[in-house]
Write a protein that binds this ligand. Structure first.
Ligand SMILES: [Zn+2]
Length: 111
């Protein structure tokens, strides 16, 4: 599918690509390369996972590399947050087991 030059957003791209122009949240991800304009410039379909906004825009390699770095950083932050949540969940389960044990609700015949 070919897009006319008029269909492609250009010029408003002073903010980082991972920030949504609509909801201003950092949840924009690339969906596909729609067209190649030059050796280092592409028309990219971008999608915001927060507000579902989908756009076509033209970007140079360096902008897309920056978006890729932001996605890697965001993924690392999500993984770190998930590890904290899992650790807290484990600690809560240990506390509940300990409380049940001290209250006499867990007996040897339960195992
Ligand atoms: Zn958005």
């Amino acid at each position: 599918m070919r897009f006319r030059q008029d269909d492609i957003t250009q010029g408003e791209e002073t903010a980082p690509l991972h920030i949504c122009r609509s909801c201003h949240q950092p949840f924009v991800v690339p969906l596909s390369i729609v067209d190649i304009l030059d050796a280092d410039r592409y028309v990219i379909e971008l999608w915001c996972a927060n507000c579902d906004r989908c756009t076509l825009s033209a970007h140079y390699d360096e902008e897309l590399e920056e978006l890729d770095r932001e996605l890697v950083n965001a993924t690392a932050q999500i993984r770190a947050a998930l590890e904290v949540i899992e650790t807290v969940d484990d600690l809560i389960r240990v506390d509940r087991f300990s409380d049940a044990l001290h209250a006499g609700h867990i007996l040897p015949e339960d195992f």
